[in-house]
Write a protein that binds this ligand. Structure first.
Ligand code: 5GP
Ligand code: MG
Length: 191
């Protein structure tokens, strides 16, 4: 019954995640030098990555969360994205690190950078745990990448499927039947 029974294949173990996140934190901390930084995690997918990453970064920092939803057919803030934020800290003139779970087409991160650019930060860098090179549709590249992953839908370590599986401690691929509505639901629900 546990979420782990639904995992067909583990792509990245918790040990490899921990080791790489520690390495990334070192790279990022070195890039920011002695500057303080405002970390902008894109929720909900990056929450676990961010929590682990920032605890390995001995920088003076503030955290300023935002969330993003794809939004079609109505007024949008940036392209197809609706960006929800509570930017209580003034980003103007500040070094900023945007953190997301996965760079897939890249549209999310590109949209968020365009949006945050309006606040005129001193510098903006981006860190993503995962990247699917095969699916990229934008010219920009994330500055810091944890792992390249194949073109498969992955869950765990913050990444969800229909809101579930974020608490899996590793990154994995679900059994095919878990990506479909269960038979009872199909029967009871609409066609
Ligand atoms: P992009 O805008 O780069 O195409 O998409 C980024 C967002 O799509 C991610 O923040 C994530 O929410 C979602 N996403 C893309 N690929 C995957 C995946 O393999 N698994 C999960 N759980 N979410 C994904
Ligand atoms: Mg996301």
């Amino acid at each position: 019954m546990g979420t782990r029974d639904d995992v067909e294949r583990v792509l990245i173990s918790r040990e490899r995640l921990a080791e790489r996140v520690r390495g990334l934190a070192g790279e990022i901390a070195a890039a920011f030098g002695h500057d303080r930084v405002t970390v902008v995690p894109i929720l909900s997918g990056s929450m676990i990555f961010t929590a682990d990453l920032i605890r390995e970064m001995p920088l003076k920092m503030r955290i300023n969360i935002i969330s993003v939803s794809s939004y079609q057919g109505a007024t949008t803030v940036s392209g197809d994205l609706r960006i929800n934020h509570a930017l209580t800290d003034d980003l103007t003139g500040e070094p900023v690190l945007v953190v997301d779970d996965i760079f897939d087409t890249g549209k999310t991160l590109k949209g968020v950078l365009e949006y945050l650019g309006r606040f005129r930060p001193a510098v903006m860098r981006t860190a993503v745990l995962l990247q699917k090179k095969a699916r990229q549709q934008v010219a920009m590249e994330p500055d810091f990448v944890g792992f390249q992953v194949p073109d498969e839908f992955v869950v765990g370590y913050g990444l969800d499927y229909n809101g579930f599986y974020r608490n899996l401690p590793e990154i994995g691929v679900l059994r095919p039947e878990c990506y479909r509505p269960s038979p009872e639901k199909t029967a009871a629900g609409k066609a």
